[in-house]
Design a protein around this ligand. Structure first.
Ligand code: NAD
Ligand code: ZN
Length: 342
């Protein structure tokens, strides 16, 4: 089969032919129908070393139809349309038992890694899913517009859900970076809270997308952006700031615009940090850096999509064009999410 692989440290990914995978006992083989392209892959491909072996088939957002069941698998049938929950864990430790496999305490020790981030990923004609509990039925949803919800939806959903008790009428939520995750985050905020949403980005095209998906206000993300948010909130600042860039200038903006008792959630992997200590931030600000989300939360995100509350803006590419999709994402040229159709 054809697959998109990261083969050489620091080099661009390549479309190659690899052996067709076969499901071992307990595993499920999917014929991939759609696979999302995430900026995290670009971060991983810039690391001087990776904590897994190369070559690696990329893609941690996957949708497909069940092509074959390994021995002993029940609950799914060949032909079922599903998406893949990506942050695989052991399934039995306390966080996994609560569905929070993203925080599995044994994954490292057991060598369990997410598809596309250590295990063979979704940007291929077929993929292996290690356990049927990592499949969520699409139940009528379109795989192409739904596949980004497995990360670009689930990650902001988990982040936003933690701040919902503070996002009461009169509150303000700031979204920094209206890209793949951010443009879904804006829609989730609008669906789940009465907060006023202010989106920040460096690109006018992304700010236009932010407005079209529900941002009340947009602000150019520069060194004055924090002050601009304070102005727009009558000096109080933002109740919750979701930083989907996480680079030094954006974490600084987050610190500059958050309100007393507010939340700063750093989702992006841009290497920015935020000093915490008396006087460094307004009183009682919470700063967190979450990773992905739980199995139950993925089901909740799909239910929101079924209710029409989130609609991912997608650009589609063939498997042969997948390297181009990564180039365009790296150059900041993807509006919404790029989805590969293998
Ligand atoms: P993306 O490239 O689709 O979106 C990034 C957006 O940020 C773009 O619209 C870009 O124009 C904008 N941007 C860049 N610099 C900016 C700045 N200085 N100020 C404001 N906006 C700026 O990326 P994505 O796939 O949405 O991923 C976003 C980030 O989230 C990445 O760092 C990714 O690695 C990370 N991520 C984290 C998790 C997690 O679990 N913590 C999960 C998925 C992705
Ligand atoms: Zn991702």
């Amino acid at each position: 089969m054809k697959a998109l692989q990261y083969r050489t440290l620091g080099a661009a990914p390549e479309v190659v032919t690899v052996a067709d995978p076969e499901p071992a006992p307990g595993q499920v083989l999917l014929r991939v129908t759609a696979a999302g392209v995430c900026h995290s892959d670009i971060a991983v491909m810039s690391w001087p070393q990776v904590p897994f072996e190369l070559p690696l088939t990329l893609g941690h957002e996957g949708a497909g139809t069940v092509a074959a069941l390994g021995a002993g698998v029940t609950g799914f049938q060949v032909g079922d349309a599903v998406v893949v929950y990506g942050p695989w864990g052991c399934g039995t430790c306390p966080p996994c038992a609560a569905g929070k496999e993203n925080y599995c305490v044994r994954a490292a020790e057991l060598g369990i890694r997410p598809p596309g981030l250590g295990a063979p990923g979704a940007i291929a004609e077929y993929m292996i899913v290690d356990d049927p509990r990592h499949l969520v039925p699409l139940d009528g949803l379109d795989p192409v517009r739904t596949v980004p919800l497995t990360d670009a939806g689930l990650t902001p959903y988990h982040a936003i859900k933690r701040s919902l008790p503070k996002l009461i009428p009169g509150a303000t939520a700031v979204v920094i970076g209206a890209g793949g995750l951010g443009h879904v985050g804006i829609q989730l905020l609008r669906a789940l809270s009465p907060a006023r949403v202010i989106a920040l980005d460096v690109s006018e095209e992304k700010l236009a997308l932010a407005r079209s998906v529900g941002a009340h206000e947009t602000v150019v993300s520069d060194e004055r952006a924090g002050a601009r948010v304070r102005e727009l909130t009558g000096g109080r600042g933002a109740t919750a700031v979701f930083d989907f860039v996480g680079a030094p200038p954006t974490t600084a903006t987050a610190g500059a615009c958050v309100a007393m008792e507010g939340d700063v959630t750093i989702v992006g992997l841009g290497g920015g940090t935020l000093p915490v200590g008396f006087g460094a931030l307004p009183y009682e600000v919470n700063v967190m850096a979450p990773y992905w989300g739980s199995r139950g939360e993925l089901m909740e995100v799909l239910d929101l999509a079924r209710a029409g509350s989130v609609d991912v803006y997608v650009e589609t590419y063939s498997l042969d064009e997948a390297p181009l999709a990564y180039e365009r994402l790296h150059a900041g040229k993807i509006n919404g999410r790029a989805v590969i159709l293998p």
